[in-house]
Design a binder for this molecule. Structure first.
Ligand SMILES: NC(=O)c1ccc[n+]([C@@H]2O[C@H](COP(=O)([O-])OP(=O)(O)OC[C@H]3O[C@@H](n4cnc5c(N)ncnc54)[C@H](OP(=O)(O)O)[C@@H]3O)[C@@H](O)[C@H]2O)c1
Length: 379
């Protein structure tokens, strides 16, 4: 390390934002003093953070409301997982040059010891090189979330027809591929032709629906999306020769929910009896003025449909799972990745000062695959 850093830039939230789209002026960069070299204790080490994981759940932490996790304080750096390199160390387990990941928040430098869930990131798995960024995406939260939603929250089985929204994003793209690997027929939903082509051509979904193909202001929006979904399911089932065998021909057995809102209402219109739903995220609702909007169908009518169709709908959070379940998921994901069986596109925005733009881009769909911020142009 050339010279020991005396301070670290960090991103702070200036006010809690209950509802509506955050604005760049709601955030600011402040300098934070770093523990001086002489004051480092035994087992301390300094991480130069190279990548920030840019995740939709930060939005919930900006509201000031306690949910399954505390809101961001206005007096501490915001952010979440990151990855970087140890540049100074008094800890033999974290030597200088080691690649690490942990909850570093949006900061350039972090002093670590046994805090922040810091782990060494293996450079190789099964003989294959693993870029550091994958520890934040396909071999990190994105991959785990997809795996848990498919195998532990719901239980997908070979031959099922599965619908996955947000299919070209970090979690969705992992879910599409894991679903295909499990022998399911997969219909992705994504916004725009580039993303839809990616879902079919690269991720190998059997069919895709571009939800932006229908005008959002059309009063028959949900009905028109429902027609597109029905067509996609019929095409996909026929292509897989399953239209006769499927428990619910023309309908879906499983829904991996990433988006919510009217897209989700259309999917509920094509769910068959005994369908399972893993509610992973509802990104379309995170920034609406006044908070989440009611469904077109009233909630009791929805519950009647849930009852008569015997749907099993479960929300989940990636942190709900045991070390054993994480271990199983990591082995499955790393094995598939090292064999070249998992595509993991990344959208890397470069420059610490662009962190908030990279975050807001999640809500306009600017990212294809995992959204990341590379802290400095030169690593
Ligand atoms: N439960 C958990 O533990 C957990 C963990 C991680 C993530 N999640 C959730 O999983 C979902 C995906 O997260 P991710 O990190 O993989 O993000 P991502 O899918 O990589 O990025 C967000 C995507 O959401 C779509 N989107 C944004 N606004 C939308 C809207 N109004 N309507 C429809 N689609 C919209 C955009 O794709 P299009 O261009 O296709 O619209 C955008 O690219 C989010 O809901 C997130 O909160 C949950």
């Amino acid at each position: 390390m050339s010279s020991y850093p005396t301070e670290s830039k960090a991103w702070f939230l200036k006010r809690h934002i209950r509802t509506g789209m955050p604005k760049p002026e709601d955030f600011e960069i402040r300098p934070l003093p770093l523990t001086s070299q002489g004051d480092l204790k035994e087992n301390d080490f300094v991480v130069k953070v190279q990548y920030f994981s840019i995740d939709p759940y930060y939005r919930g932490r900006m509201t000031g409301v306690v949910t399954y996790i505390d809101p961001f304080s206005l007096d501490a750096p915001i952010g979440g997982a990151g990855a970087g390199e140890v540049v100074y160390s008094k800890n033999a387990d974290f030597p200088v040059g080691a690649s690490v990941s942990g909850f570093f928040m949006f900061q350039e430098y972090v002093v670590g010891n046994n805090n922040r869930g810091i782990k060494i990131v293996p450079g190789k798995v099964g003989g294959a090189e693993i870029p550091l960024t994958k520890s934040l995406g396909i071999l990190g939260t994105n991959g785990f979330t997809a795996y848990f939603g498919l195998h532990f929250v719901s239980k997908i089985q070979k031959g099922m027809t599965c619908v996955i929204s947000g299919a070209a994003g970090g979690v969705g793209s992992a879910a599409v591929q894991l679903c295909k690997a499990a022998g399911c027929t997969v219909i992705g939903i994504a916004g725009g032709t580039t993303k839809c082509d990616y879902v079919v051509d690269t991720l190998k979904a059997d069919a895709v629906v571009n939800y932006k193909q229908v005008d959002r202001n059309d009063e028959k929006y949900v009905a028109k999306l429902t027609v597109l979904l029905k067509e996609a399911i019929a095409t996909a089932q026929a292509a897989n020769g399953e239209s006769k065998e499927a428990k619910t021909p023309g309908k879906a057995d499983f829904f991996f929910e990433n988006v919510g809102g009217p897209v989700s209402e259309a999917v509920y219109n094509v769910l068959g009896t005994f369908a399972q739903v893993s509610v992973c995220g509802l990104i379309s609702q995170y920034n609406l003025e006044g908070g989440p909007q009611p469904m077109q169908m009233n909630s009791n009518a929805f519950l009647v449909r849930m009852l008569t169709n015997r749907w099993r709908i479960q929300g989940f959070v990636v942190s709900d799972f045991t070390p054993q379940q994480y271990g199983e998921a990591f082995t499955a994901l790393a094995t598939a990745y090292s064999k070249g069986e998992l595509e993991a596109a990344e959208n890397v925005v470069v420059g610490f000062e662009h962190t908030i733009t990279a975050f807001l881009d999640l809500f306009t769909g600017a990212n294809l695959g995992k959204q990341l911020l590379q802290v400095n142009a030169k690593l």
